[in-house]
Design a protein around this ligand. Structure first.
Ligand SMILES: Nc1ncnc2c1ncn2[C@@H]1O[C@H](COP(=O)(O)OP(=O)(O)OP(=O)(O)O)[C@@H](O)[C@H]1O
Length: 260
């Protein structure tokens, strides 16, 4: 069963990873078991699977927010911890994670500040990103003044602001209305294509996974394992792509892998 992209140009290599939360305690949770995953450079990979199967855990391991119980995680050829220090990736998670005391613009500027980007360039880049997610008029607002979906869009703008080589996204479009969601899906693909960004994207939506991905990785229920890795080649990633027979065939294939 192929679960890998091209290893020589790998952006992420997860090798034989197991994650057990609270190991040795009565509330021990085996979240992931023997997971191998390679994400090629510039590849877009979605993770899909039943609730609680360890998708977010796998993403957090790649981001070095938690450590594996056993196995290794490499990002751009470096250990995950080093890659985090060197800011190899941008992250946008379910909870927007914005700083309440900073305006929307200054939240988007934050990762640029951390990288030492000058003030004028920071501001220009933040405005460009806010324009992209349709929030240019809210640059001076505070997160508490925005809806949940708007806060998520700010988090996406922040993740994209540094144009990172690797994007890690955990249901970033979950709280958005269908039209905004489709628009941001297209924008995201455009940005990834333009910048050569590799992406690992967690979603519950089969159609979203198929539309966005070069490969859909299907996980089984807890402890999460990789059950299938389904390559997707659409004639185009636009409206016509959403109506192509292969789009529907792949949706069926993913659905069957989830059910099996
Ligand atoms: N910090 C933690 N401590 C203990 N258990 C945890 C912790 N984080 C996650 N888990 C457990 O690990 C398992 C996998 O959780 P995870 O959030 O990765 O699943 P998921 O596939 O992303 O779920 P969902 O689709 O519902 O968001 C769950 O059983 C969860 O309860």
């Amino acid at each position: 069963m192929p679960t890998s992209g091209p290893a020589d140009t790998a952006s992420v290599v997860v090798g034989n990873v197991t994650k057990i939360f609270n190991q040795g305690r009565s509330d021990e949770v085996p979240a992931l078991s023997d997971v191998d995953l390679t994400v090629g450079s510039g590849e877009f990979v979605s993770l899909i699977g039943p609730s609680g199967c360890g998708k977010s855990t796998l993403l957090r391991l790649i981001a070095d927010l938690i450590e594996p119980t056993s196995g290794t995680v490499t990002v751009a050829g470096r250990p995950a911890a080093q890659a985090r220090r060197e800011q190899e990736y941008g992250i946008a998670f379910q909870q927007a994670g914005l700083l309440e005391w900073r305006t929307v613009r200054r939240n988007v500027e934050l990762p640029l500040e951390l990288r030492g980007v000058g003030r004028a360039e920071r501001r220009a880049r933040a405005e460009e990103m806010l324009e992209l997610v349709g929030l240019a008029d809210f640059a001076g607002h505070y997160p508490g003044q925005l809806s949940g979906g708007m806060q998520q869009r700010v988090a996406i703008a922040r993740a994209l602001a540094v144009q990172p080589p690797l994007l890690l996204m955990d249901e970033p479009f979950g709280a958005l209305d269908e039209m905004t969601r489709e628009r941001l899906q297209s924008e995201l693909l455009g940005i990834c294509a333009k910048t050569g960004t590799s992406t690992v994207f967690v979603t519950h939506s089969i159609s979203e996974a198929v539309f966005l991905s070069d490969r859909v990785v299907v996980m089984s229920a807890r402890p999460g394992r990789i059950r299938a890795s389904i390559a997707v080649e659409l004639p185009s990633r636009d409206e016509a792509g959403r109506q192509a027979p292969v789009y529907f065939e792949k949706i069926t294939e993913v659905r069957q892998a989830l059910r099996s």
